[in-house]
Design a protein around this ligand. Structure first.
Ligand code: CMP
Length: 139
């Protein structure tokens, strides 16, 4: 199991606000190396498939709506202990509960428009990376 990579998406709210640059700066300053990166607009089918684990949740349709509302930046990141360290860097899902200095505290406005995604396990990091980058050369 690969333990030094994670997957992230800068979400439509952060892209729309012009925060791609500041967020990437925070990520690289924290010691993450960018292994792959692309800006895309997800289709509804993409968003439904990516978040299939949440399909029974009350917020699923709103989540799909939001994640297809504009482009996202998808990336694979590398660092020792990547999954846990990245989740610490982005902070709690709800920005109201996120620690000072975390990406969500700085750039997110609500639990649904929360600026950034980070994989929650090594297994999901691989699944999510493959979802966005499978078939392409990833270094
Ligand atoms: P993310 O880490 O991308 O994974 C699932 C997303 O669902 C989560 O971030 C939130 O942006 C979104 N979401 C919307 N509403 C809720 C909620 N009530 N609880 C948890 N996640 C939510």
């Amino acid at each position: 199991m690969i333990t030094n990579r994670t997957f992230t998406m800068i979400k439509p709210d952060a892209v729309e606000k012009g925060n791609i640059g500041p967020i990437i700066e925070k990520i690289t300053a924290a010691g993450f190396k960018i292994i792959a990166m692309k800006m895309v607009r997800l289709s509804r089918a993409d968003a439904r498939a990516f978040y299939a684990i949440h399909k029974e949740k009350s917020f699923f349709n709103d989540l799909v709506e939001f994640m297809t509302s504009g482009p996202i930046v998808a990336a694979i990141l590398e660092k020792q202990n990547a999954v846990d360290d990245f989740r610490a860097l982005i902070g709690a899902t709800n920005p109201a509960e996120a620690a000072e200095g975390t990406i969500r505290k700085m750039f997110a406005t609500s639990i649904s428009e929360n600026a950034i995604h980070g994989s929650d396990s090594n297994e999901n990091a691989l699944i999510e990376s493959n979802f966005h980058f499978a078939g392409r050369e990833v270094f």
